[in-house]
Design a protein around this ligand. Structure first.
Ligand code: NAD
Length: 376
């Protein structure tokens, strides 16, 4: 059994696995091949990988020779590979063209953004490990741009009020943004459409703003559901009240597999104080503000709106370490005692995360969403 670690595209600074996790695999008799400089941007040099028992091999050799290929992003020429197992975060709900390629090539592709959000899957949950880092970094980024202190400061030269932070969406990233803002001494208000989020928000010392008429999300596997037009209007009015007092807004609101809800309008931004900062972490699925552009900063009046969905890359060492641990835990489900890949599709973790296998779609969610007319 050989596992290959591929170098990510230029915009990515993480790698699928650092040397520490590689060592655990090689100790168990699994061969690991690493593309030259794959871990360089995450501060893991080739010598660390070889010290962990891996071999450094050219990309072409890894693509043709390894049984399992690890790459966070899918950036592989579609013609060159067959009968391989891929593991990454490929967002198949948004990238149907990839699904078509995988079906045609007979690839076995696991996309870990499709894992069920269950207790058993927690150790493999790449969305959580990366969102946690992103939530932390969003606050650090905002604090570095915001032209004031975060904490209240009482000095001989005068006093400064604490920053007011508004967090929209209290999933993993949002809750970490709340916790980090609180650690820095900010006063924090939070909106979420899952009432289950309230207790977690309060336990972090923030205020949870409740809006009446919330749709029941109890059967959505922990995810948010679409809300009625009535609710959306009421929520907008409440957000408008909060946003004009806020100095920093961190938006993370997403609905699984859909476009992110627009919660902040241009008119709301016009009421914000000069120097305020919005970090929109839902930018890659359309953004939570009317003006967000992914990977760009937009200036509206005197407010900066930063669209960024990939903040985990700004902490590449810890992000790669945790991602690699997630992958190592997932591999334990795929590799049997004899060191051979054995796929048990009655296991909900394997079934839900497996997008394609032997020319068929396995994930029930992808199967439901896939436009079968596209198969040629
Ligand atoms: P996410 O990134 O899908 O969404 C972020 C947050 O935005 C969610 O809390 C959502 O409720 C909220 N949101 C959506 N629409 C909104 C709106 N109109 N206004 C305000 N807020 C809105 O969330 P996530 O971090 O991936 O977490 C989703 C769920 O999965 C949570 O319930 C979380 O606790 C759960 N979870 C479970 C596990 C596990 O058990 N393995 C792991 C991680 C997360």
């Amino acid at each position: 059994m050989t596992i290959g670690i591929l170098k990510e595209p230029p915009f990515e600074s993480r790698v699928s696995m650092l040397a520490g996790e590689v060592a655990a695999l090689t100790k168990n008799g699994i061969a690991v091949w690493v593309e030259p400089e794959a871990g360089l941007k995450a501060f893991c040099i080739d010598e660390e990988y070889t010290g962990s028992g891996a071999l450094i091999k050219p990309r072409a050799d890894i693509l043709s020779g390894a049984d399992v290929l690890l790459s966070i992003h899918y950036n592989i020429s579609p013609v060159s590979i067959t009968n391989k197992v891929f593991i990454g975060v490929y967002q198949p709900l948004y990238n149907q063209e990839h699904v078509e390629d995988w079906l045609k090539q007979g690839l076995t592709v696991f996309s870990l953004d499709m894992l069920p959000r269950t207790t058993r899957a927690q150790t493999m949950d790449v969305l959580s490990s990366q969102a946690n880092i992103a939530g932390y970094k969003a606050v650090i980024l905002a604090a570095s741009i915001y032209p004031h202190y975060f904490p209240m400061m009482m000095t001989a030269a005068g006093s400064c009020a604490p920053a007011k932070v508004l967090v929209l969406g209290a999933g993993v990233a949002g809750l970490q943004a709340v916790a980090t803002s609180r650690r820095l001494g900010a006063v924090v208000e939070v909106f979420d459409t899952r009432s289950a989020a309230k207790e977690e928000v309060l336990s972090l010392g923030a205020k949870f703003v409740e809006v009446e008429g919330i749709a029941d999300a109890s059967k959505a596997g922990g995810y948010a559901v679409d809300q009625s037009e009535d609710f959306k209007e009421r929520q907008k009015l409440r957000i408008a009240e909060s946003i004009k007092k806020a100095d920093i807004v961190i938006t993370t609101a997403q609905i699984f597999g859909k476009k992110a809800p627009v919660l902040v309008t241009k008119d709301m931004i016009a009421t914000m104080k000069a120097g305020s900062v919005i970090i929109d972490m839902a930018a890659s699925t359309g953004g939570n503000t009317e003006v967000t552009k992914d990977n760009e900063t937009t200036i509206c009046g005197n407010v900066s709106i930063i669209g960024t969905s990939n903040l985990a890359t700004s902490a590449p060492s810890d992000a790669s370490k945790l991602y690699g641990k997630n992958i190592a835990n997932f591999l334990k489900l795929l590799i049997n005692k004899e060191g051979v890949i054995e796929l048990n599709f009655t296991d909900d973790i394997i079934r839900d995360a497996c997008i394609t296998n032997e020319g068929k779609i396995i994930s029930p969610i992808i199967n439901k969403n896939y436009n079968h007319a596209n198969i040629t």
